[in-house]
Design a protein around this ligand. Structure first.
Ligand code: ADP
Length: 184
């Protein structure tokens, strides 16, 4: 059974790799970014509330994402493993997740930090061209990452869960490193 949390700056390649590994292990890829974007497209109430924040590159309020993760992880398809991508994104979310995983008795195996230098991140996001990938919004997402998400590296390192994977290599190289990690 595989349970992984993917950390990493925006543009680090979390989404691509998380999807690949989830397919390989036949477990759900749970991406808060994807779930929120779908809610925006469907004009669901969650989406209407989230859109303002996403368009600015700010974090959506914790109460919204925490509720959606709680529901998602209790779904029957998530009982045999999962990959979390984009959650948690700040210390409050990580503390919430800690107690949720305790409660449902599903400890995570590793927290993967996909490590990529800043200049490469900006370059990748500009090439991707998502609607929230304008230069100004990208800069803000990186700032939010540095201030709110990067402290989680320390948080999980102290809990002996952290695995650092070099994200600045060809895609297949990253995938190979991840495969080695889950075979450990
Ligand atoms: P990226 O691929 O750039 O890391 P994501 O697809 O994970 O971006 O997320 C896009 C946007 O969705 C974020 O900028 C943020 O506004 C919102 N979001 C996603 N996950 C969370 C979360 N756990 N907490 C708050 N906001 C979130």
């Amino acid at each position: 059974m595989t349970r992984l949390i993917f950390l990493g700056a925006p543009g680090a390649g979390k989404g691509t790799q998380a999807k690949l590994i989830a397919n390989l292990c036949s477990i759900p890829h749970v991406s808060t970014g994807d779930i929120l974007r779908t809610a925006v497209t469907n004009q669901a109430s969650l989406g209407l509330q989230a859109k303002l924040y996403m368009d600015r590159g700010d974090l959506v309020p914790d109460q919204l994402v925490v509720a959606l993760i709680q529901e998602r992880l209790k779904n029957h398809d998530a009982q045999e493993g999962w990959i979390l991508d984009g959650f948690p994104r700040n210390v409050a979310q990580a503390e919430f997740l800690d107690s949720l995983l305790n409660e449902i008795d599903q400890p995570c195996d590793y927290v993967v930090n996909l490590d990529v230098p800043d200049d490469i991140l900006v370059q990748r996001m500009l090439e991707r061209g998502r609607t929230d990938d304008t230069e100004e919004v990208i800069r803000n997402r990186l700032k939010v990452y540095r201030e709110q998400t990067s402290p989680l590296i320390d948080f999980y390192s102290k809990r002996k869960k952290l695995a650092i994977v070099n994200g600045d290599q060809l895609m297949d190289g990253v995938t190979d490193d991840l495969k080695k990690l889950i075979q450990r």
